[in-house]
Design a protein around this ligand. Sequence first.
Ligand SMILES: [Zn+2]
Length: 88
Amino acid sequence: MYFVPDGTKVCGFYECSECGMRYLSLVIAPSMVCPYCGEEVDMELGPDDEMPESFEEAKLIRVVEGDDVEKMDVLLSLAITGGDCDWL
Ligand SMILES: [Zn+2]
């Protein structure tokens, strides 16, 4: 497994509108900061500090469950390593 650990039952399938990256994440949310081009929010800031802008460019396309998790992981891994992208 490339994106998620072996045995993952449920994960989110995301596509980043900024860099076009498609990936799986154990975190399931309507949108999230892209781990490939986004900035992590600095958690050391105190509550009185100005909130850093976070860009949640990666949108959840769908929730992947069961055997589809492994299939999606393989397909997305192949896409990254130069495989063909016509599967979607
Ligand atoms: Zn991105």
